[in-house]
Ligand binder design. Structure first.
Ligand SMILES: Nc1nc2c(ncn2[C@@H]2O[C@H](COP(=O)(O)OP(=O)(O)OP(=O)(O)O)[C@@H](O)[C@H]2O)c(=O)[nH]1
Ligand SMILES: [Mg+2]
Length: 429
């Protein structure tokens, strides 16, 4: 709260309860203890929420009407009333019908995982494009549910029936209102995107390779970014501390300059509506010459998190051929035996570096690996440019990739040494 705000306007704290349904029929189910811990961290990432309690609810299979069995519902009702809970976060998908029924049964508001992540993103978005993308994602989500997300709870939901009656008309009106809002936002976005294209064009001219930091939320990307650049990007034990991408030029020990890019963190079960928003903020990754996949190697779910990141990267269309280094971060948190084992495993694998962004351990070998890979991915080519092609010739010199130039009758032949990405960018000029 800014000091200028009048007294008494303190944000109201909402008491929340976190439930992680552990569904045994779900074949892709994760270890429930770290999953609950992550759900609590997600809840903590939303300002104004106070987590009063959290528990795992074992379920053979989800029930259509109420998600949970009736005994469990009664038992939970007692606990929720006792703890004066106003909001229950259910870490998984909850159908609109289940949501309505549970809200009635427990006299609380229900928010599911997607709704919560959308709320966090709405809170974090800073750039105009970020704000618009998150709004668009939230509207698409609401449209599929035809109930209002948490932000709009001030509006009475009483009139919303799900079958027949006046509720139907209300839903139609809601749907129309949502569609209109979506159209409006799309129009605004297309303007913003034009500006972004200009930025991208400017970025293409940047004469250094782009190195992008990606990874699961809270893996330590911003901490590593700060260590490498001396910047002070917000690095916090808070999920989705970073939403908008940040870029900085940094000189590697060999003198090679790169653009380092810090990006939004990933999370499992990312709402599909947000993948589009990610795509926009992750352009640096799509255009990167090298991707550093930062992992919290001390996290019990580290491998599952890494798998999620790989899947999302593939979905986003990050080219297979883009070289990657897995950065196993937070080695300082491991006990000595485990740490030795992790470091030995990293040494055995190509393209893996064990580090602690916190202590600085392993940073130098990491930078050497970055330099090595960037050098390795460079290829020597001969190009012929016509006399009239001054613009592309200038671009090549800007990029610092020209090793020699031999004039001939209709132009000149240049020897360049560049990365695949630089070649791609050149071809699209
Ligand atoms: N012990 C230890 N803590 C670390 C290390 N690197 C990062 N952290 C801590 O982990 C937390 C998350 O770090 P961030 O750098 O904000 O993580 P991030 O990947 O940028 O997270 P998002 O922006 O939320 O996606 C912070 O509390 C950091 O201090 C490390 O090497 N060791
Ligand atoms: Mg960050």
């Amino acid at each position: 709260m800014s000091p200028a705000e009048p007294a008494g306007s303190e944000p109201r704290i909402t008491r929340a309860w976190v439930l992680h349904p552990d569904i045994s029929s779900d074949r892709e189910r994760r270890a429930s203890a770290p999953a609950l811990e992550e759900a609590v961290a997600l809840a903590g990432a939303l300002p104004g929420l106070e987590v009063a309690g959290a528990e795992i609810v074992p379920l053979a299979r989800p029930r259509a009407g109420y998600l949970f069995g009736s005994g469990k519902i009664d038992e939970l009702k007692e606990r929720l009333t006792e703890a004066e809970v106003e909001l229950v976060l259910i870490d998984g998908p909850v159908s609109p019908v289940q949501q309505r029924n549970l809200e009635k049964a427990w006299k609380v508001k229900i928010l599911d995982r997607t709704g919560l992540i959308l709320e966090i993103f709405a809170d974090r978005a800073r750039t105009r494009e970020g704000v618009l993308q998150v709004e668009l994602a939230a509207l698409s989500y609401q449209r599929t549910r035809l109930v209002r997300a948490w932000t709009h709870l001030e509006r009475q939901r009483g009139g919303l029936g799900f079958v027949g009656g006046p509720g139907e008309t209300q839903i139609e009106a809601d749907r129309r209102a949502i569609d209109e809002a979506i159209t409006r936002i799309r129009r605004q976005l297309s303007k913003v995107v034009k500006t972004r294209d200009l930025h991208r064009a400017a970025r293409r001219k940047v004469p250094f390779p782009i190195v992008a930091l990606v990874g699961y939320t809270n893996a330590g990307k911003s901490t590593l970014f700060n260590r490498l650049t001396g910047a002070e990007v917000l690095a916090k034990d808070m999920l989705f501390a970073t939403l908008d991408p940040t870029m900085r030029a940094v000189a590697l020990p060999t003198g090679l300059k790169v653009i380092l890019s810090d990006t939004v963190g990933f999370i499992s079960d990312l709402p599909t509506q947000l993948v589009a928003a990610f795509r926009a903020t992750l352009e640096e990754v799509l255009e990167a010459d090298l991707v550093l996949h930062v992992r919290d190697i001390a996290h019990p779910d580290s491998e599952a998190q890494a798998e999620d990141v790989r899947t999302i990267l593939a979905d986003l269309g990050v080219a297979r051929e883009t070289p990657q280094i897995e950065v196993w971060n937070k080695t300082d948190l491991l006990d000595p035996d485990r740490r030795a084992a992790v470091e030995a495993a990293a040494a055995r694998h190509d393209g893996v570096e064990a580090i602690s962004a916190w202590t600085g351990q392993g940073i130098e070998p990491l930078l050497a690996a970055v330099t090595g890979l960037l050098d390795e991915t460079r290829q020597r080519r001969e190009l012929h440019l016509d006399h009239g092609d001054g613009r592309r010739r200038a671009w090549l010199y800007d990029q610092g990739v020209v090793e020699g130039e031999a004039p001939d009758d209709d132009g000149s032949t240049l020897t360049v040494n560049w990365t695949a990405r630089q070649e791609q960018r050149f071809r699209s000029l």
